[in-house]
Design a protein. Structure first.
Length: 288
């Protein structure tokens, strides 16, 4: 009997596949900007939104989107003005976000199970409404990341050059910050706040082992994310493990396999490539 004959498993699978595509599509820009861990900081701010939603009987997902978007915009403006370092700004988000979230959840009538669902993910409890939200926001993130790829790549690669070229750098930076917040919020249902960055970064790191161009790296990262998400849900259903942890573990396993395979292939190619012949020394001319 197939486990995916049940509606809740199908919803979990579809939600995971959407997130598996969207998270690496965004993550490649964050890796390019050396902001691989920003997902953790924004995720903790989103947790504050979840706590506010539970406290005031509002939709936790919508409140998380609003809180995460506000936090992402603030950190981008702080980074742009250079009033404090990026590491310090992330630390403030990280600690302030999780502290605010835990405090607000404690003030509400919600149980600890609700908090754990957002900390570690609860993909199998995805409702139809949650799935629609994940699908709409996930597709929106994918469209933005793919359609604006040249402009976003230019900003992430060399911000000053992009500004000289006439690109709206601040607008693109704020757009990237907001889409990061949206991606973090929808991924929170799949892998939880504590594992969000892994789903954004690990598929990109895996693709970078065997690809060179930005477009090919992005395509392979999305493929790895899709494979890890789908197989992670299947493993969780069969082995009765946490879906979010299963997805991340399989993503890391794929990175290790690809990294070892790529290293072995490069070593084999070096051994097969014949060494260049040594330059012959000039003959000595004897004048008689």
């Amino acid at each position: 009997m197939s486990l995916f004959q049940y509606d809740f498993m199908l919803r979990a699978l579809v939600g995971a596949l959407i997130i598996g595509l969207a998270a690496p599509a965004l993550g490649i820009y964050l890796v390019q900007r050396r902001l691989a861990l920003i997902g953790d900081g924004i995720g903790h701010v989103a947790l504050t939104g979840v706590g506010a939603g539970l406290l005031f009987n509002q939709s936790p997902v919508i409140m998380a989107v609003l809180a995460a978007s506000l936090g992402a915009v603030v950190i981008e403006l702080v980074r742009e003005r250079g009033r404090t370092s990026g590491d310090l700004a992330l630390a403030l988000l990280f600690y302030g976000g999780i502290a605010g979230g835990v405090m607000l959840v404690g003030l509400s009538d919600a149980s600890n199970a609700n908090l754990n669902a957002y900390l570690f993910g609860a993909l199998t409890t995805t409702s139809r409404t949650d799935l629609v939200t994940i699908a709409v926001l996930g597709v929106a993130v994918l469209v933005v990341m793919v359609a604006l790829r040249p402009a976003l790549f230019a900003v992430c690669h060399d911000e000053e050059y992009a500004r000289v070229s006439g690109l709206p750098v601040r607008t693109l930076n704020l757009l990237l910050a907001v889409t990061t917040a949206v991606t973090v919020t929808i991924a929170m249902r799949a892998v939880g706040v504590l594992l969000i960055s892994a789903l954004m970064v690990v598929p990109v790191a895996t693709a970078q082992q065997v690809t060179r161009g930005f477009r090919s790296t992005m395509a392979m990262a999305m493929a790895v994310g899709l494979l890890a998400a789908g197989s992670g849900v299947w493993v969780a259903a069969v082995a009765d493990t946490a879906p979010g942890a299963s997805v991340v573990v399989l993503a890391i396993a794929s990175f290790l396999v690809v990294a070892v395979g790529a290293a072995a292939w490069r070593t084999l190619r070096r051994r097969r490539t014949p060494a260049a012949p040594a330059a012959s020394e000039p003959h000595e001319v004897v004048l008689g």
